[in-house]
Design a protein around this ligand. Sequence first.
Ligand code: ZN
Length: 315
Amino acid sequence: MFRSRKYRVDNEQVVLAVTILLVLFVIVLTSTATFCLSGVFIVGMFLISALMIRSHHRALMQTAKRVTPIQTPKMAMLVEECASKLQPGDVETYLVKKDQMNAYTFGLSDPKALVVYTPMISVMGPGELKFIIGHEMGHVALGHTWLNTIVGGLAGIPAPFGAAVVLYATFRWWNRMCEFSADRAGLLACGDLNLAVSALVKLAAPNIRSQQEFERALAVLDAQDDQVNNRLAEVFQTHPMLIRRIEKLREYARTEEYRWLQAGVNRNVGQQAGSPMPTGQTREDPRPVATPPEPQEQPKSPEERWPWLKPKDNE
Ligand SMILES: [Zn+2]
C-alpha cells in the first residue's frame, strides 16, 4: 500500500510551532499582567481604605464625643475596665449621636477607634455595655480591624462572576467567625452570661422591659433560625444570626477554657477568680437567661436576675 505525506507544504509545521509558542507567550504575558494588576489593585484598595479611614476619623473628631474620665466618667470607667481585662492595645472610644443601635471599630494603625452610638447607652445597663465594648475590643485585640480592611480588599478583587461570589461568601464566612470570637471577648469583659445574652437580644429588641417581653424576643430570634431563606441569606452576611451567637456563647460559657480565661481577665481588675458574677450568676452555673428562677434561688432580687429591670446608666 502506498502511503506518503510529502504533499504537506514546507512551512506548515514551522507556522504550527510559531502558533504554539505565541499562544504560550500570550498566556505567560496575560497571567503576568493579571498578577501585576492584582498587585496594583490590592495596593490601590489598601490606599483608598487608608484614606477613607483617615477622613472618617477626622469627621468623627468633629461630630463625636470622645470618651474621657472628665467628659463621660461612667462610660470611661466601663471602657477602662474592659481595656484592663482584655488588653486590646491603644483604643480611643467615641460616642456618636445617631438613631441606631450600633457599635464598631476601625483603623489600620494605632490608636484604633471604637465607636458607640448613643442609643446603646440608653438601652443597655452597665454590664450589657461592657459586653458591647468588650466585643469591639475583642475585634481590635484579635486584629480583625485592620485584617478586615486588607482581606476585604483582597476578596473584592475583580474576578469572573462565579469566582467573585465564592470570594465574597468566603470573606463573609470569616467575618462571621470574627463575630463569634468577639462575642467571647464581650463575655469575658462583662463576666456574666445573662448580661451578654441580654445585650445580644436587645440589639434586636431594644425596648424589652420584662421577662415575658424578653422571652418573646428570644422566641422570635429562635424562629428565624428555622427558616431556610434566613439560613441561605446568612451566607452573604457579616454577622451570624443573633440566636446562633447566643447559642455559641452559651456553649462557650460551659467550657473549662472560658472559666480559665475569665479568672485570668478578672485578675487584671483585681477581682477574685472564684468571686460571684456581678449580677448573681456564678461561673459554674452558666444557665440560659430564659430559665425562670428556681424556688431555692428566690433571695435574688428581680433586678439581680433580670438586668433590664435595673435603672439605666444614662450618660
Ligand atoms: Zn462585631
